[in-house]
Each structure stands twice: as C-alpha cells, then as structure tokens.
Write a protein that binds this ligand. Structure first.
Ligand SMILES: NC(=O)c1ccc[n+]([C@@H]2O[C@H](COP(=O)([O-])OP(=O)(O)OC[C@H]3O[C@@H](n4cnc5c(N)ncnc54)[C@H](O)[C@@H]3O)[C@@H](O)[C@H]2O)c1
Length: 362
C-alpha cells in the first residue's frame, strides 16, 4: 500500500444527470477528490463546477493533459464511452467508466486491450452489484443455504425513456439502444456475481411500436423512430449449469413480478431491484411458514466501485469491477441481439472471473 498517500484526484467527463450522485459519493470518500470536470456542453460543466467548487477544463484534451488528474470518471452517454476511456488510458489516467464498457463487442475489445497494455487500471459500472443485498445473497448462495443453484429469473419492465427523458432517441437506436443494453449490466451483472460467467444465450425480441412520442422537455410531441427490439426475452445458460430467464422491456406499463429470484434445490431467494438496490433479501425455504425477510446492510446506490478503484490503485491490484467482467457483459448483450436476429443459440466466447468481494472495504 502507498505510504500516507495524497488523495487521488478525479477528472469528471460528462456532467449530466448521473453526475450529482457521483459528486456526492466522491465527497464522502476519504481517498478521492473531485478536482475538475468537462463536458461537450461547457455551460453544463461550468454550472456543475460552480455549484460544487471545482475546476473546469475546456476540453477532454485539456483535462487529460492535466498531470494532477489521477482518475478519469467517464460519465458520458454510452456511445462516447469507448473514445473517452481509450484516450484517458492512453494519456496515462486510471478510468472509472459508467456502463456499458462500450456499445459493441468490437469497441469493448479495443477498450479492454488498451487497458491491458496500459499500466493504469480500468473499472466499469454498475457498482450496484456490490452493495448490501447482492453481497448478502452471494454469501447465502456460496454457503449452500439454497442447496444447489438451479435457475434464476430477472425482470426489468417499464414503458420506456420517452416518458421522462427529454432526448431519448439514443435508447431506441443501435448501437447500444434497447432495454438489454440499458439495463442488463445491473441484472446480468448481478447474476454473474452470483454464478460466474455465461456460456450461451438464446433470445427473442420484438419492436412493438416503430415510433414513439417524446412526452417531456423541449422536444415533447416529436416522434422518434425505433430501430432496436424493445421487448426482449432471453435465456442465459451459465457455465455452472444455472439457467436464467431474463426479460427486459420498454413496452410494459406495469408489473407485479419480482426483480430477481434464484431457485436452489433446497430454497428460493428473492433479491431487491439491483438498480436502486436498497432492500432486503427474502429467503423462501420449502415451507412458506419459514420464509425470512433478511435485513441487509443498506448503502449508497453509487460509489462502491470508484472507491474500490482507489483502493486497487493503492494496493496494486485489479479493481473488483474489472474490465474482463465488463467485456463479458457486452459480449452477452451483443450475443442476445444476434440471437434475436438470427433465431439461433449463441455461444459466448468470453468468460470472466467473479468479482473478488473479499477485498471490498465496507
Ligand atoms: N449506474 C447508474 O445507476 C446510472 C444511472 C444513470 C445513468 N448511468 C449511466 O451514466 C452515463 C451518463 O448518463 P446521464 O443520465 O448522466 O446522461 P446525460 O445525457 O444526462 O449526460 C451526459 C453528459 O455527457 C456529455 N457528453 C456527451 N459526449 C461527451 C464527450 N464525448 N465528452 C464530454 N462530454 C460528453 C453530454 O453533453 C451530457 O452533459 C450513461 O452511460 C448512463 O448509462 C448510470
């Protein structure tokens, strides 16, 4: 471990909606300081910097040339992740990227290779797979409390981003559009945390409405064209034999289904929503009368991942949310879409290690 290390200085790229949560999380972290930020829309960056008292760089290049910046926090939209992460690694910065690592397998591979040939570390969201309930569920499953894991279900269904987002076209266009790219990082990431890597997938999908109307903001009333499946039903076979049914949809007004359930030879566990993540785990053994609502340590919904990156830098180890995991998730996302188009089962070429939770500080 570095002796009496100075706090690591973070340069934030992208000052949109999610940035306020990171500003809060970094402010609460001993080892991190938010030093500077930038955005394609400099007025955005200036407003955020003024409100929180840090510097503004007038371009990505300027931020990368700032030798005092240790970590680039990539909060740009998915289509920009690859370019920002690659340039940051090439400039000698550690990177924490929002999900997904990139919007295609090819782009994600380039990011991973750039990280592999760099001395800097790369970690990728979502870190919600590391918070209280998910860690508790993994401990229960690893300790054998549900017997042998057999199957899982995961459901994420809503009526789409045009209901609340002022500029939602990117959520309906390739690459990177559709509910699977948008949310599988949380749900499939949570399942990989529990069971390890996925071996093969098969999926069906549909475009329910070829155009959608924006409901809010300055573009309200505009129609956007839908070019990706918006209801996807996928089966994932894990290397350990577990079969998961994963349904992700932007076509559903409401649902009473649980978010994630795990079925073992002795019992079932029900997990809370991995996006908001604060909630308990419900343990359902053979007899309903013995059901237990198990309280889990509650935690901030963002911040574990970037705090762990700081600890990984200090301790000269890989971050828990390592690039191999993020690449495997992109590989699964793209394979699901190929399976929908080709009507065939897809073998997943990549594999990955389960997140190493033993190094996680509370
Ligand atoms: N982990 C989570 O819980 C969570 C929640 C919300 C969003 N996200 C992710 O965070 C990322 C950002 O989401 P958001 O809702 O804040 O998006 P947003 O659209 O509100 O903000 C993105 C910002 O990035 C800027 N930008 C775009 N391209 C850029 C570039 N090349 N260089 C510099 N700035 C650039 C835009 O001008 C904009 O201000 C996305 O990848 C999204 O998937 C994660």
């Amino acid at each position: 471990m570095r002796a009496n290390p100075e706090p690591l200085r973070v340069g934030m790229v992208g000052c949109g909606r999610v940035s306020s949560k990171y500003i809060e999380a970094i402010r609460a972290a001993d080892r991190l300081i938010l030093a500077t930020c930038t955005d394609l829309n400099l007025a955005n960056a200036q407003a955020v910097a003024d409100a929180h008292g840090f510097d503004v760089a007038d371009s990505l290049e300027a931020l990368l040339q700032d030798e005092s910046v240790d970590i680039v926090l990539n909060l740009t939209p998915p289509h920009a992740h690859e370019a920002v992460t690659v340039s940051a690694l090439e400039a000698g910065k550690h990177v924490y990227s929002e999900k997904p690592l990139a919007t295609t397998r090819e782009a994600a591979r380039l990011v991973m290779h750039t990280a592999a040939s760099s001395t800097c570390l790369l970690a990728c969201a979502p870190d919600q797979i590391l918070t209280g309930a998910m860690r508790g569920a993994r401990e229960m499953i690893d300790a054998g409390r549900i017997g042998n894991p057999i199957a899982a279900t995961a459901f994420m269904m809503n009526r789409g981003h045009e209901q609340w987002h002022p500029d939602p076209a990117g959520y309906y266009a390739p690459p990177g559009g559709g509910p699977f790219y948008n949310r599988a990082g949380y749900y499939v990431g949570a399942l990989i945390n529990l069971f390890g890597p996925v071996a093969e997938v098969s999926a069906m999908g549909r475009i329910t409405w070829p155009s959608r109307e924006i409901k809010t903001g300055s573009k309200a009333g505009d129609l956007i064209s839908v070019e990706v499946p918006t209801h996807i039903s996928a089966n994932l076979a894990f290397e350990n034999g577990v079969i998961a049914t994963v349904v992700m949809s932007f076509d559903v007004w409401n649902t009473s289904l649980p978010r994630i359930e795990i079925y073992g030879s002795e019992a079932t566990v029900v997990l809370p929503d991995p996006v908001s993540n604060n909630g308990n785990v419900l343990f359902l053994p053979q007899y309903e009368s013995e059901a237990q609502n198990i309280p889990m340590r509650q935690s901030q919904d963002l911040g574990t991942g970037i705090r762990d990156l700081a600890s990984a830098i200090d301790n000269n180890r890989q971050p828990i949310l390592h690039a191999g995991l993020a690449y495997h998730i992109v590989d699964i996302m793209e394979s699901v879409h190929v399976s929908i188009t080709q009507g065939s089962t897809q073998q997943i070429e990549s594999s990955c290690l389960r997140p190493e939770l033993s190094v996680l500080t509370p």
